[in-house]
Write a new protein. Structure first.
Length: 303
């Protein structure tokens, strides 16, 4: 049987300007597939509508294009794909994987946003597992099967997690009609034929949970790479003050796009020193075995 075409993706949530850490992830996902003749797509993860802004998404796509990273397919928006998510919920229900959950609204609030490390994941204890099915008017959780999940991470090497201990049964749907990040990301990667997912190490801990969901939906498992986070020169997280290292802010401080790409390429092990270049110059130099593991600090010149 022929191997499926290699398809990578970058899937930002439009909640803020792409900072250097996000741009590094985007570049790595692009280089990884382009260095092996694959295709690369951008997807806007705006399933959490109230926290997302279309103009932010458009600026993200523009910033990626400024780096030379253009989607090989039409950019898709999660906010337009409710039908696909509902269809997946129906399939999960038919397979006996869902149960209604009576947790309070406060518990359910952040379901549509990707749970990054700083959100302090609390595993759900399965308190509502015995509840009888009441249809799609209830909040719905995915019943995680027992046991560990192993994968060979392109960036981190062999990994093994027990998703029940890390996240517990994830919520996939809220009574008011909001679909969860976990559901949307898995359904979209499946629909788009994504074979490789490169993202920040802060999402490593939800990977096994998403793999269980892929299994329940009979989707094939993509390869994963979780990149070490990029921090400010003092080691603090870029997340909160990310805009300060976005392309516009860098340009305003006189940093050229090719300088930023040079540092990103260096940080990914493609260059011995940061030197100005274009993304396409890095394609033939990219190799996962040279990508340094662990966190990386940006230099003062880019901070
Ligand atoms: N949309 C998520 C975020 O921006 C990323 C999800 C993923 O790459 O799987 O945090």
């Amino acid at each position: 049987m022929e191997a499926p075409p290699l398809i990578g993706r970058f899937a930002p949530s439009p909640t803020g300007t792409l900072h250097l850490g996000n741009l590094r992830t985007a570049l790595a996902s692009w280089l990884s597939v382009k260095s092996r003749g694959g295709r690369w797509i951008v997807r806007i993860e705006d399933v959490d509508r109230p926290r997302c802004d279309a103009s932010v998404a458009e600026a993200q796509v523009r910033d990626l294009a400024a780096l030379g990273l253009e989607s090989d397919e039409e950019v898709i928006w999660q906010s337009r794909r409710d039908e696909r998510y509902r269809d997946a919920l129906e399939r999960l229900h038919e397979g006996g994987h869902l149960y209604p959950c009576a947790c309070t609204r406060k518990d359910l609030q952040r379901l549509a946003s990707a749970p990054h490390l700083e959100d302090g994941l609390r595993p759900y204890d399965g308190a509502c597992r015995s509840h009888a099915w009441q249809g799609f008017d209830a909040a719905l959780r995915f019943h995680l099967p027992e046991g560990e999940v192993a994968w060979d991470d392109l960036a981190l090497g062999p990994q093994c997690d027990d998703p029940a201990a890390l996240t517990g049964d994830p919520l996939l749907f809220r009574r008011d009609g909001v679909f969860a990040y976990h559901l949307a990301v898995v359904v979209d990667d499946g629909d788009q034929g994504v074979t490789e997912i490169v993202r920040g190490a802060d999402l490593r801990s939800v990977t096994a949970t998403q793999m269980r969901l892929q299994e329940a939906l009979h989707l094939s498992r993509p390869a994963y790479a979780h990149l070490g986070l990029v921090t400010a020169p003092d080691g603090s997280r870029l997340g909160k003050r990310g805009g300060a290292t976005g392309l516009d802010a860098l340009r305003a401080r006189g940093v050229r796009v090719e300088d930023a790409i040079g540092w990103l390429g260096f940080s990914l092990g493609c260059l011995d020193h940061p030197e100005p270049c274009r993304a396409e110059d890095l394609i033939r130099r990219f190799d996962w075995s040279r990508v340094p593991p662990g966190e990386i600090r940006i230099p003062e010149s880019l901070a």
